[in-house]
Design a protein around this ligand. Structure first.
Ligand SMILES: NC(=O)c1ccc[n+]([C@@H]2O[C@H](COP(=O)([O-])OP(=O)(O)OC[C@H]3O[C@@H](n4cnc5c(N)ncnc54)[C@H](OP(=O)(O)O)[C@@H]3O)[C@@H](O)[C@H]2O)c1
Length: 344
């Protein structure tokens, strides 16, 4: 039982959402110690009951006072809520682990994947008596870098080309419900309800729904570019991305092409990935069995396959891989809870 007097006091902001619900399940699965936990959401959900580890909790409306006495606040209620309430929580001495993009690129805010750059949050601990903000990277960035970092440590990535196949869950619980509803409607020959993406999603795919910027990239693609530079602490790393929304419920897939500074052959790459924490290799050419979103759904590890030399580059300087990861879990809630574990 993770409820214990010596544990930190927690708050989950956005507890009724897709990521919020996953926070609860990851905290439970990992036996995260806590002495109390506050369930916070909007006025709409205030009063709702949530059962967690055999206890009943009532969802409270988020206000500035919600953070009095809170050691760790896990935020997943959208960027504007993080911007408004994150600094207030820090002022009250809470350590905020934020899932939104509100602070990711701010100087002085660590952007952390525990398997990749835990040192970025060195010195931030519960019990220091000081509040702090730590940002959780974008889900596509986390899933990509879980596989790319062990290779980068061996042969230094000079350039990375990422193409994503992103699930409905990345757009929240309402998008997941709409994908299911549209699928029923289309199969029944009805017009699909298009409230979330304003277009048919079931039996279709389309460019990621984030805003398209003046340079032609959308915001999701630029997150992969900028966050990789920050996490790897390398402003010169060349990254380009194309992000696509596909009608898959909850795990993202990504094709990643690398150009390395020093050679890295296929076999060495496979061995490195087999030994990487949080990564499993599914790479069976004989039976054409490679990672799928379904297979990684509700799992902690990111799966990598299709590991092959890039024929278009000379020698062993280029490599292609295919990565799948549960983006609500490692892409959001699990990564944030792992960050929280480093605070203890
Ligand atoms: N989905 C993902 O995989 C993913 C991954 C990484 C990061 N994120 C980020 O996490 C955040 C939430 O994503 P989600 O997918 O969980 O969305 P979601 O399913 O739509 O849930 C949104 C949550 O935010 C709460 N909320 C909305 N307005 C609020 C307000 N004014 N005050 C307090 N709480 C409020 C909602 O509470 P009510 O139920 O009361 O409305 C709900 O609990 C976003 O910033 C998103 O970018 C999501």
């Amino acid at each position: 039982m993770a409820l214990q007097e010596t544990g930190p006091s927690l708050a989950v902001v956005g507890v009724t959402g897709a990521v919020g619900q996953e926070f609860l399940s990851v905290l439970s699965d990992r036996d995260f110690p806590y002495r109390s936990i506050k369930m916070l959401a909007s006025k709409r959900s205030a009063g709702q009951n949530i059962s967690f580890q055999d206890k009943n909790y009532v969802v409270e409306e988020l206000t500035a006072d919600s953070f009095n006495g809170v050691d760790i606040a896990l935020f997943s209620a959208g960027g504007s809520i993080s911007k408004e309430f994150g600094p207030l929580a820090v002022e009250r001495g809470s350590i905020v682990v934020d899932n939104s993009s509100a602070f990711r690129m701010d100087d002085g805010v660590p952007l952390v994947i525990p398997e990749v750059n835990p040192d970025a949050m060195k010195g931030i601990k519960v019990g220091n008596g000081k509040g702090a903000l730590i940002a959780n990277p974008n889900c596509s960035t986390i899933i990509c870098l879980m596989a790319a970092t062990p290779l980068h440590r061996h042969s230094k990535v000079l350039r990375m080309v990422v193409s994503t196949y992103q699930a409905a869950s990345g757009a929240g619980a309402a998008a997941m419900r709409e994908l299911e509803q549209q699928t029923h409607e289309v199969l029944a020959g009805k017009e699909p309800t298009c409230d979330i993406f304003q277009r048919q999603y079931a039996f279709n795919l389309f460019s990621h729904n984030s805003s398209v910027l003046p340079n032609g990239y959308n915001e999701e693609e630029m997150k992969l570019v900028k966050e990789t530079r920050k996490i790897w602490n390398d402003p010169n790393i060349k990254v380009t991305a194309t992000c696509i929304r596909v009608p898959v419920m909850r795990a993202h897939a990504e094709s990643v092409n690398f150009q390395f500074e020093t050679p890295l052959d296929e076999e060495t790459a496979r061995d490195i990935l087999k030994n990487a924490p949080g990564v499993v290799v599914i790479d069976d050419r004989a039976s054409n069995n490679f990672p799928t979103p379904l297979e990684v759904s509700n799992k902690d590890d990111v799966a990598v396959g299709r590991i092959r030399r890039d024929l278009s580059q000379d020698g062993n300087y280029g490599l292609d891989i295919f990565v799948c990861g549960d983006q609500i879990r490692k892409g959001a809630a699990l990564n944030a809870v792992q960050i929280a574990e480093l605070l203890l």
